[in-house]
Write a protein that binds this ligand. Sequence first.
Ligand SMILES: N[C@@H](CCC(=O)N[C@@H](CS)C(=O)NCC(=O)O)C(=O)O
Length: 208
Amino acid sequence: MLLIGQYDSPFVRRVAIAMALRGIAFEHRPWSTFREADRFRNLGPLTKVPTLRLDDGTVLVDSHLILDWLEGEAPAGASLWPSEHSTRRRALALTGIATGTADVAVSLFYEKVLHAEPSRIFTERRARQIQDGLAALEAACAGVTTPFLMGEQLGHADIAVAVAFRFAREAHPDRISRGQFPALDAFADVLEAMPVFQTHSQPFIAPA
Ligand SMILES: N[C@@H](CCC(=O)N[C@@H](CS)C(=O)NCC(=O)O)C(=O)O
């Protein structure tokens, strides 16, 4: 099984961390969708990461769908979604805010580096969405009294919040400073220190 994409992508990273936690072995190919776009040609039409090529040749794209597959397949350990229904709903809602914040942070970066003249309206819209998204994640982290966001167990919501925050900070250091979101800083520091987060990480590299 091949997981394709660099670990500076929050989406690739959430998949890799979840696969490691759920005991799914994979080979990693840290291909860039920009510098190595040709390598994606026989994997499908999209040139997007994460891309997961399963052993039977099926190619999955999109982190949400890959994690849906993962939860059905994983041989070991408990699901990374909470089993209790209302807690699971909260985890889904928070994960959506985290991955949505990562989405707008990615698209703001592309706007900045890939357009000769970035759109002011688009840039301001995305900057606002990032700030509002991170403010919501900050509020979620600030109210937590358990080791992880949904209780005692690390899960998809925790992973999504930590990887989205790191990506947003590294891609937009001019817009997000340490101390601006103190509860997120503290939460991310704890998770980033965990071996599974350290193993599946790399510093942000701008697409070129
Ligand atoms: N919703 C997707 C987002 C994936 C995404 O935005 N990936 C970026 C890298 S972080 C990508 O493939 N960029 C290349 C492109 O859009 O052309 C997911 O959850 O996997």
